[in-house]
Design a protein. Structure first.
Length: 433
């Protein structure tokens, strides 16, 4: 890989919109069965990071655009002592765009979204954990599930797959009707509240059994993802009922891994976002919302529907490049468009990474995993979901003091559904009650 590289199709947006209340930094964590040792972690990071050169980058500014340049500094493991997903420092002494953190048994990787999506982050995490266990002397094998540090980074892993598929998708788009699944020009219901002071993110995790939840979801003919989406929406709906004058629809954004529909080995950003739209101007029940989520997911999560997203983003990039505006002006335009056409038109994000497959030889040493999806200014409550073995961890990150949605969500799982739920979180300002 050359010493500098272009930001990928989606990555060009994040530097323009990132700030304290929209960090564009997400977190993956693995909870081990024993306390972590910083010395071995540092060695593992030194060995693993060169396998992922798209992470070993720093942002640079030109007159008209940003680009990535290789970061020659040694990336250091740090003790986890701040709130999750805080914004990256900027300027001449900007910190690396990847953090590797540890706290007791938790290993966390925080990554600026401009570098890669969840797939790239998960692959890096698996390599890092694998090498760490090897250095500790454990007999672990890759079993074709871990990218080994001695393997070369391939051209396919570093490609921008939006570009590769663009010509094909333009042709396919001609056969796809242009009507929208949702009225995207209508503002969505917004979760409002008083921000933490000083600013920070309160994170609450709940662990449940995959098998037990799967059985409950199956009773309504739903997948785990569909059922959890519906449950999050139902809790937001119950909160919206406290504001009877607000009839804006609840609109939840759902990231979709495009590699499932457009074969690609890229480790850079390659995902789409679809939306679930639930009206608030009529009475809703959990059962009704489950059926609506199932119907909308069936329509939205299809290759022809997703190609529209790819083509749209590719055209946006071409427009941004074609306009020879100074970067400062471009940033202002992008921030305004993001706030109005993205944040204001959605209520929250629910990101489900599904099952993290580990080699059988690694499973005895890893207890569970976590995905923390950062809140934004207009979406102060977001949700991340990750499963390891039979342990499904549902994580809410919020930047406001009001914890009603989170409380009612986990209360429903334990009291209404009878599931065993282990709830824990950080102690940011001791606000969660």
């Amino acid at each position: 890989m050359s010493q500098w590289m272009k930001l990928d199709n989606i990555g060009i947006v994040y530097p323009a919109v990132a700030g304290e209340n929209n960090s564009a930094v997400y977190r993956f964590s693995l909870i081990f069965t024993e306390r972590l040792e910083a010395g071995f972690l540092q060695q593992a990071l030194d060995i693993s990071l060169p396998r992922y050169p798209m992470l070993q980058q720093k942002l640079r500014k030109g007159l008209f655009w940003r680009y990535l340049e290789k970061d020659e500094r040694r990336f250091l493991v740090e003790k986890d002592q701040y709130y999750p997903c805080r914004s990256m420092t900027k300027g001449p002494e900007a910190e690396p765009l990847v953090r590797v953190l540890y706290y007791e048994r938790r290993l966390s990787v925080e990554i600026f979204h401009g570098l890669t999506d969840g797939t790239g982050a998960v692959e890096f995490m698996k390599t890092l954990a694998f090498v760490y266990l090897q250095l500790k002397g454990y007999a672990v094998e890759a079993e074709d599930l871990v990218r080994l540090p001695q393997e070369a980074f391939s051209q396919e892993e570093g490609e921008d797959s939006f570009h590769r598929y663009y010509a094909e998708l333009v042709e396919e788009k001609k056969e796809e009707p242009l009507e929208d699944v949702i009225e995207r020009n209508r503002k969505a219901y917004q979760i409002e509240g008083e921000y933490f002071e000083p600013y920070g993110n309160q994170v609450v995790h709940g662990i449940i059994s995959v098998a037990a939840l799967k059985e409950i979801a199956a009773r309504q003919g739903a997948s785990i993802n569909e059922y959890l989406l519906a449950l999050v929406i139902y809790m937001i709906y119950k909160r919206s009922a406290l504001e009877p004058g607000d009839k804006r629809p609840i609109r939840v954004s759902v990231p979709v891994n495009l590699r499932q529909f457009f074969p690609s080995r890229t480790l850079r950003n390659f995902f789409a976002v679809t939306y679930i739209d639930i009206p608030c101007n009529r009475e809703q029940s959990l059962e009704r919302i489950v059926e609506e989520v199932k119907a909308q997911m069936q329509v939205n999560i299809r290759r022809p529907r997703l190609l529209r997203y790819i083509v749209g983003h590719q055209r946006l990039e071409k427009i941004m490049i074609a306009r020879f505006l100074p970067l400062l002006l471009k940033d202002g335009i992008v921030r305004s468009l993001f706030l109005y056409y993205n944040d204001k038109l959605r209520t929250c994000t629910v990101s489900n990474m599904g099952l993290l497959r580990l080699p059988k030889s690694m499973e005895p040493y890893v207890e569970s995993g976590e995905l923390v999806f950062y809140p934004t200014a207009s979406n102060p409550v977001n949700c991340g979901i990750l499963a390891v073995k039979d342990r499904l961890t549902i994580t809410f990150a919020r930047s406001i003091k009001d914890g009603l949605i989170v409380q009612q969500f986990f209360r429903h799982l334990s009291q209404n559904l009878g599931l065993e739920v282990a709830v824990y979180g950080n102690e940011w300002r001791d606000i969660y009650r």
